[in-house]
Design a protein around this ligand. Structure first.
Ligand code: C5P
Length: 236
């Protein structure tokens, strides 16, 4: 039984009420679902990469919903009540930041910045400032501050991990939620679908922008990322 079907993942219940299976699909979408494709092997790569990233983060003291891989594309997760915000961290100018502020893509920012977007497909996930978050009652001031602190902590763990593999973590999106005991945990996924990852030496894109911008076979870059990070596909 599928309890929830998203664009790139499914949520499947288990016998334990607080545990679910997050299944990574091969489907890819961009521009709020307007562009679609099936990318063979994407689900397994994203599951493997997310598992490795969550383990890395857990060992640095950052709590996540990750409980283990069931198989190559199914991840056991703690159920969360998701805070409806996409928390984006940026190290280098790219994507919507470049468009919105007229900055040149590829310029390293003076310091990492954190942005919040309201998760609302019908509104196109708008960028929201703190006052918007509180007026809409999305979360408390304390939770918002904690989301931003944690997002920067994630950046300081993942950034060096990528750098050592010759990769630059340009930007990425995170989602957080509360588990049944009220603890705030990192949820969702960490993969080339949700991170911009460039080869440091050449600036070559190894992430979903290859799909968004029709720059070639996206799976070539996705595979290169997991290979460089030494991640094995298939839940081994
Ligand atoms: O498009 P934008 O430049 O705002 O994206 C910033 C980062 O957040 C990128 O790494 C992108 O892949 C990720 N993102 C995402 N899901 C969204 C929007 C952005 O994973 N809905």
């Amino acid at each position: 039984m599928i309890e929830y079907e998203g664009k790139a993942k499914q949520i499947i219940p288990t016998a334990e009420p607080d545990v679910a299976i997050q299944r990574f699909k091969d489907s890819a979408t961009a521009f709020n679902g307007q562009k679609k494709a099936e990318l063979e092997g994407k689900g397994e790569i994203n599951a493997a990469m997310s598992a490795a990233a969550f383990l890395k983060l857990e060992s640095a003291g950052i709590s996540t919903h990750f409980m283990g891989l069931e198989n190559a594309r199914d991840m056991r997760i703690k159920r969360l009540k998701i805070v409806p915000l996409e928390v984006v961290v940026r190290n280098v100018v790219a994507g919507s930041l470049s468009k919105r502020l007229g900055l040149e893509e590829g310029v390293t920012l003076k310091f990492p910045i954190v942005e919040t977007y309201f998760k609302r497909d019908d509104l196109g996930d708008p960028l929201v400032c703190d006052s918007h978050v509180f007026v809409l009652g999305i979360c408390s001031e304390e939770t918002l501050a904690e989301l931003k602190t944690r997002a920067l902590q994630v950046n300081s763990v993942l950034g060096p991990w990528f750098n050592e593999a010759g990769l630059t973590l340009v930007d990425f999106k995170l989602e957080f939620g509360f588990d049944e005991s009220g603890e705030l945990l990192l949820g969702d996924e960490v993969s080339p679908d949700t991170c911009r990852i460039w080869e440091t030496e050449s600036g070559r894109r190894l992430d979903k922008d290859v799909f968004r911008r029709d720059l070639g076979d996206p799976m070539v870059g996705y595979r290169e990322v997991v290979d460089r990070l030494g991640i094995t596909i298939g839940g081994e």
